[in-house]
Design a protein. Structure first.
Lengths: 335, 233
């Protein structure tokens, strides 16, 4: 890679790898008038004084460009590679060193598994094990397989391809951007081709989840709790490259949670959901019970539980409808 | 002994991350000590001591904290050896964005947080760009999309680094980081004769020497003037 970059002019590099513009931009390198020069020539034009003034690390930038290009090629190539169809968790030990009794658990894509257990019982550690693709080398000694096999460890260190995306109650938007600018920025960082189409899809999906509609020119920081949550979920389902989504307790207010799960599952994600809400917990195909740092048991949602779920959903919809009525200024006169 | 330098802008969670990493070492029976460098004030050393971790602090006062760090690092290494540490961690706050506190062949970790703003990776100099490991914190309070955008900005300014997300509160990611921080094959006796990865910001103008009056008559030494008007970019 290095020797090839030495021969190409900056213009040729940009033609060949259009994404390098980001590299120049983020490193504050103005290559505008150096199109006909090589990257080496460009770096060598800085005087010793400029190098010290602006903290330009010439050697690091040379290697950095080559590394950046190979990472991006790999990242872009990954999209076509075989996707993740399942993950398997093989038992380790709990905090006291007792062996976990569940044997192994395989979760396929489009499946939802809920995780229940008291705070501090080890939910974060389980997620950590999955994200790190533990191979008996974490405190729980668990092992994680992908598609039934020990996977390539590149997942551990790749900054652009994280295995797990997270959605939690505490999350907020902090960037000072409109919905459109925000989605555009995210789409660019993911190198999607049909940006406009994808942005439109996300906003439609988000508006479908939340009661109050917003548009592309709304500031993301001024969205309501429900709208923010809806936008985060739609964006994660459609734009995030991570095949596994972990949801940490989505609140009830202002968002259709059943549709939200449907959206994620419909995007071929594996969904893990830490929750104590009976509706969400029973909506999952299976639930993992965590106790003392270990997986205590894995329960399959029974037929009876599914029947109870449909009753719970009816109760939930009564409450939701009352909420809407109150919002619209109506009075409540019957239950 | 292993030596690892942690740095990062103020309040990004360096101390919390280090505490969680050391906790992850507990089961491995490694003795770990910390030296905290700061400018005017720190009580982080008491936090470390409270956790039973040998710790010392150095305050640079009116000096550039980076220059102070490099003038004292060898003595700190010797302190670590006398205390028979397996791992010595130094922690310093990057106070100007041009900071450059890393030493060649010594593992360097930069801690930066998701709340610091999308253009921050671009604004930070060698402290971020020449780090071996970049730790991103506070990922639990921003959206997935912002985390992804932030990580991609970091990897475009420092593609060679390993980027890892750590939650300083729950410790998620800290165990994983600990496996990257300590290498039992490494042994550092001294940093005498080692070189910095990159020159530190230079100074020495009349204000460095205590001048308080304003005006061209009082400005001597390494002084640079802004270009104002047409030449300003």
């Amino acid at each position: 890679m290095n020797s090839m970059l030495n021969r190409l002019t900056i213009k040729e590099i940009i033609e060949k790898y259009p994404f390098v513009i980001n590299f120049f931009e983020e490193n504050g390198l103005n290559v505008e008038n150096y199109g006909e020069k090589t990257f080496d020539d460009y770096l060598n034009h800085f005087t010793q004084e400029e190098i010290e003034e602006w903290g330009i690390d010439v050697e690091n930038l040379k290697d950095g460009l080559a590394e950046y290009i190979s990472q991006m090629i790999e990242f872009l190539g990954l999209k076509e590679e075989k996707s993740i169809d399942s993950i398997t968790i093989i038992g380790g030990t709990d905090k006291s060193g007792n062996k976990e009794q569940f044997g192994q658990l395989t979760i396929h894509k489009s499946q939802i598994v809920s995780i229940v257990g008291p705070t501090g019982s080890g939910k974060s550690r389980l997620l950590g094990d999955i994200e790190w693709i533990a191979q008996g080398d974490t405190p729980t000694k668990r092992r994680i397989l992908i598609n039934g096999q020990v996977p390539d460890m590149k997942w551990r260190f790749s900054s652009n391809n994280k295995l797990v995306a997270q959605l939690s109650q505490n999350m907020n938007f902090v960037m000072d951007l409109t919905v459109h600018e925000f989605l555009e920025l995210h789409a660019q960082s993911r190198m999607v081709v049909n940006e406009k189409q994808v942005i439109k899809e996300i906003v439609e999906a988000a508006n479908n989840l939340s009661g109050e509609k917003f548009n592309l020119n709304s500031q993301i920081t001024s969205l309501s709790g429900g709208q923010s949550r809806a936008l985060m979920i739609a964006d994660t389902a459609i734009l995030s490259s991570s095949p596994i989504v972990l949801i940490d307790e989505i609140e009830n207010a202002g968002i259709n949670r059943k549709e939200a799960l449907k959206l994620l599952v419909g995007s071929n994600k594996i969904v893990l959901m830490a929750t104590h809400d009976p509706i969400l917990a029973l909506m999952a195909h299976k639930r993992i019970v965590i106790k003392n740092g270990g997986i205590d048991k894995v329960i399959e949602t029974s037929q009876r539980e599914k029947e109870i779920l449909s009753q719970l959903e009816k109760m939930d919809s009564i409450i939701q409808n009352m909420r809407t009525d109150l919002r619209n200024g109506l009075t409540i006169d019957s239950l | 002994m292993n030596l690892v330098t942690f740095s990062g802008p103020p309040s990004t969670g360096k101390t919390s991350v280090i505490l969680k990493v050391i906790e992850a070492f507990k089961d491995r029976n490694l003795s770990v000590g910390v030296t905290k460098f700061d400018c005017l004030y720190t009580d982080d050393d008491t936090l470390y001591k409270k956790a039973g971790i040998p710790a010392i602090k150095g305050l640079s006062g009116s000096l550039c904290p980076d220059h102070y760090f490099v003038s004292n690092i060898e003595e700190v290494v010797q302190w670590g050896r006398e205390n028979k540490l397996d791992l010595l961690i130094t922690e310093s706050a990057g106070l100007c964005n041009r900071c450059s506190p890393y030493i060649k062949n010594i593992k360097s970790v930069c801690v930066i947080d998701n709340l610091s703003g999308i253009n921050t990776p671009k604004k930070i100099g060698p402290m971020l760009k020449s780090a071996d490991i970049v730790v991103i914190t506070k990922g639990d309070i921003v959206s997935q999309a912002e985390r992804e955008v932030f990580a991609s900005k970091i990897s475009s300014v420092n593609p060679k680094a390993i980027t890892i997300h750590v939650n300083g509160l729950t410790g998620q990611g800290a165990f994983e980081l600990s496996t990257l921080v300590y290498d039992e094959k490494l042994d550092v006796d001294t940093v005498q004769g080692e070189t910095l990865k990159f020159p530190m910001p230079s100074a020495l103008c009349s204000y460095c020497l205590g001048e308080t009056r304003i005006g061209e008559d009082y400005q001597m030494g390494n002084v640079r003037k802004m270009k104002i008007g047409d030449q300003n970019e």
